[in-house]
Design a protein around this ligand. Structure first.
Ligand code: HEC
Length: 116
């Protein structure tokens, strides 16, 4: 098989996974994903099972499954994330924080019992 065909096939496979995984998201979670793809994906692995392009940034799935993380600690972190870490020097609107929090929490593994 040609290299090009292989690349096209893997792109299709990736697309297939992404579609299956995002189809069941709520409207808010979908908005969070879109926002994350635009503003976070250059550093963080945003989709389930995606490694971070910037190895210093934990993948969203890893962040979401931290046992001590709750909706409240995550939302507080995102609201206050003006310059900590320095790489994340941005502010996120309250509505976007809600959507991002919803999206991130959807990455918690089934069967895992969150403390919220
Ligand atoms: C320029 C790179 C960069 C961008 C863009 C970025 N981050 Fe980060 N983020 C980091 C790094 C690096 C860390 C790890 C900091 C540490 O461990 O001290 C981090 C940490 C985090 C954490 C905390 C993880 C934990 O251990 O609790 C969250 C939550 C987070 N980022 C969310 C986001 C969201 C949401 C966006 C998009 C709105 C975003 N980040 C955009 C680099 C980035």
């Amino acid at each position: 098989m040609s290299r090009l065909a292989l690349i096209a096939l893997s792109a299709l496979a990736l697309l297939g996974c992404a579609t299956a995984d995002t189809a069941r998201l709520t409207t808010s979670e979908k908005r969070g994903l879109t926002f994350a793809q635009a503003h976070c994906a250059q550093c963080h692995g945003v989709m389930r099972g995606t490694a971070s392009p910037n190895p210093e940034s934990p993948a969203f799935e890893a962040i979401a499954n931290q046992p001590e993380l709750t909706r409240e600690t995550l939302a507080t972190f995102l609201r206050d994330s003006h310059n900590f870490p320095a790489a994340m020097n941005f502010s996120v609107s309250a509505a976007d924080v809600d959507d991002l929090t919803a999206y991130l929490l959807n990455l918690r593994k089934p069967g895992y019992k969150p403390a919220i």
